[in-house]
Design a protein around this ligand. Sequence first.
Ligand code: TPP
Length: 355
Amino acid sequence: MQPTLPVHNRSDDTVLTPTFVPGPSDARWMPPALDAALQVRLHDLMVKARATEEMLIRMMRTGHGYFWIGGPGEEAYGAALGLLVHKGHGPAYDYLHLHYRSSAVVLAMGSEPIDLLRQMRSTVTDPYSKGRNFVNHFAIKPWNVVPVTPTIETQYLMAPGTALMQRRHGGIGCSIVTGGDAGSAEGDFYSAMNWSTRPGSELPVLMLVAQNGYGISTEASTVQNTPHLHQRADGFRIRNARVDGNDPIASWHALVEAMDYVRHERKPFVLQVNCSRLYGHSSSSGANRHDEPDCVQLYEKRLVDDGLATQTELKLVWDKWNSLLSDALKVVVAEPMPGKEHVLQHVWYRGPAGN
Ligand SMILES: Cc1ncc(C[n+]2csc(CCOP(=O)(O)OP(=O)(O)O)c2C)c(N)n1
């Protein structure tokens, strides 16, 4: 028997209107204007993601979860990306092949923080894996978010698969794939670029490489002979660019330019986003705070300097999300873990006890 989900107050302000409503011919992609309201909204979403990640780390430290890995430091470009996704189900919409630092992306798309807490604690109410996978491993079928894999970079080579379908389907939907700099040294990254550029069969894939300078404890400069990994795309004649991923405004504009190209030219684009890894690799390296540029702090200073927010208003945003997260934790700690009756659910096994 499936447990009944407890009622949880949803944070209604996370419900987003679609960035683009497809017309009969999917005429032209129209990203929303980055006006003052949207700049403030970007901050709200970045804090939503940061506060959620810091709660996940607290859960790991206090016995409400085991292993933590996540995205503090990737909120700026992540929030911008989440808002720009053409969100929906099926080939007319974007497919997302994300990695384990993509919390800001799915939270900006409208996911609820409580669901990340559920996966952190491995409760049966975890909507992404029913308590089977570790945190930040999303799978959201109604939004074409394909399951995040713990194996790094395999997602790069899956993206051309959904993009091939989208090429045949037509329209403006594209396949978006994110990953890290170390993983981009692996063969899947190069195979993905090759599959996306077969003459006459070019594919609408937006490939993002988050350059944080490390692969676990290995410095990037000891593995690849350039920090400008986007230039690897030159060899495949793929259009490419690099942006300060700690700057949500710059990231927004870079993403709009790249997406506009991929959606309408139906060809790939490689975008490198330089960002920080604020709590190290994962709980296996301690999940302690590192002294690197903090995109949320940088953006808050800018919002105040530009007269778009006051310190008091910024604090209210933090208070709102921290309070929502505390309430969410109280709900999640009371939820059940998977039982033996769940073992054969949602698996390929088709026997008497399966479904
Ligand atoms: C195929 C594969 N090889 C190795 C690993 C072990 N591993 C996990 S994370 C990681 C480093 C990834 O670094 P990077 O791609 O730069 O991403 P980051 O964690 O820095 O965001 C490695 C080697 C793995 N999970 N999968």
